[in-house]
Design a protein around this ligand. Structure first.
Ligand SMILES: CC(C)(COP(=O)(O)OP(=O)(O)OC[C@H]1O[C@@H](n2cnc3c(N)ncnc32)[C@H](O)[C@@H]1OP(=O)(O)O)[C@@H](O)C(=O)NCCC(=O)NCCS
Length: 154
């Protein structure tokens, strides 16, 4: 599967279960359908699903005050390293730019090298550190890097 072959679709509120299903494939501590529905109902929030059956990947973002925040992105393990996340991010960043947003930002765990590489490849740069941002249960807490992208540069 090449980038151009990744099928993307805007998610609706009714897609909350599908978003949760693909999120559960991607994350050990996944968000459930109720969490996606609640977020999707919030102002400025939009989601995109990847795959003909909406089962390859998901991105959820919030647009507020001229800034795009990437709330979560996940790709099913079986579909990784085929450009799905890059396609999802490109679509989200394009939508933000069209809506007049100037910047995009996100948090990524300091030990999540693959996600950090994805974001760096899109032009995101590290602008801060949030200590103990992620709760990993018995494994304790993990720091997050804050990464930012000037959409005019991207
Ligand atoms: C991070 C994640 C979303 C990447 O999804 P993906 O569809 O496999 O990523 P892509 O195929 O679009 O890769 C785009 C770029 O990201 C980087 N990348 C992705 N996976 C990588 C890996 N395992 N190792 C190193 N770089 C990686 C590469 O730069 C890659 O470009 P390349 O393939 O041309 O080298 C996916 O691994 C995932 O769902 N991980 C678990 C959930 C998660 O950590 N989400 C992010 C939370 S902040």
């Amino acid at each position: 599967m090449k980038l151009a072959e990744v099928s993307l679709a805007w998610a609706t509120l009714e897609d909350a279960p599908a978003m949760a299903a693909v999120h559960a494939e991607a994350f050990a501590a996944a968000w459930d359908a109720a969490a996606f529905a609640e977020l999707m109902a919030g102002p400025g929030v939009f989601g995109i699903l990847a795959g003909e059956a909406a089962d390859l990947g998901v991105v959820l973002c919030r647009l507020a005050a001229g800034e795009l925040e990437v709330l979560t992105i996940g790709v099913s393990p079986a579909a990784r390293r085929r450009g799905v996340a890059r396609a999802l991010m490109a679509a989200a960043l394009g939508a933000a730019r069209q809506a007049g947003a100037g910047t995009a930002f996100l948090e990524v765990a300091v030990d999540n090298a693959e996600a950090a590489a994805l974001y760096a490849g899109l032009g995101f740069r590290r602008v801060g550190l949030r200590r103990n941002y992620y709760d990993r249960g018995a494994a304790g807490r993990a720091d997050a890097l804050v990464m930012r992208l000037d959409l005019a540069d991207a």
